[in-house]
Write a protein of this length. Structure first.
Length: 205
């Protein structure tokens, strides 16, 4: 789906997705000290808003202006307008400043493998020293063993591939595997990969 298609999907009165943060993002980020975060393919901003509520300063990037506007409206109502920068841009073309973010999230961004690899590598480079990257998406196994999500195997995730891309970009992979998620209408199968940036430089050295 292109930006226009997502704009049309988001142009409804209700949220397309739940207003809660993704459960895996929330679990992995819960104990991290607040800093600067990047939420790529932010959609309606559920993860960005959750982070901002916990003291993070967030850059939320998505190519759907409609989705971002819905997220911004919610953030404003919660008094978070100063904590989130909403950037309307295509994640495949937007180039974050390297070494800038203490946390980078890539959640449910589904693209052909070469495009996803390029996004992941840029996302990895954006992680600051000692920072963290959380990547979650619909796993290939969801086609046979799960519900929902894209039905095109060419854009479904595989944990070993995502982990390899991040490692090649200089991150230390902490976890890479398949996780289950209850959707209310059945069990979904996701890829979850977490990785850490290089140790921060010693200012005394």
């Amino acid at each position: 789906m292109d930006a226009a298609a997502w704009d049309a999907r988001y142009a409804t009165a209700d949220l397309v997705w739940t207003g809660d943060a993704n459960q895996f993002v929330a679990a992995e980020a819960a104990d991290l000290p607040p800093g600067r975060a990047l939420d790529l393919a932010a959609g309606e901003g559920r993860n960005a808003i959750w982070l901002a509520e916990r003291g993070w300063t967030v850059t939320a990037v998505d190519f759907s202006a409609v989705g971002l506007a819905k997220g911004e409206k919610i953030a404003d109502k919660l008094g978070l307008s100063g904590r989130i920068e909403w950037v309307c841009a295509d994640a495949t073309a937007w180039d974050p400043t390297p070494g800038t973010y203490d946390l980078v999230i890539v959640a449910y961004l589904h693209l052909p493998a070469p495009d996803l690899e390029a996004v992941m590598r840029r996302a990895a480079l954006a992680v600051a020293g000692g920072g963290r990257l959380i990547a979650v998406g619909h796993d290939l196994a969801n086609l046979e063993g799960g519900v929902g999500g894209p039905q095109d195997p060419a854009i479904l995730w595989r944990a070993p591939k995502v982990a390899a891309w991040l490692a090649d970009a200089g991150l230390s992979v902490l976890h890479a595997g398949v996780v289950a998620r209850d959707t209310g209408s059945g069990r979904a199968v996701d890829t979850l990969v977490t990785a850490a940036g290089p140790a921060p430089a010693d200012p005394a050295s």
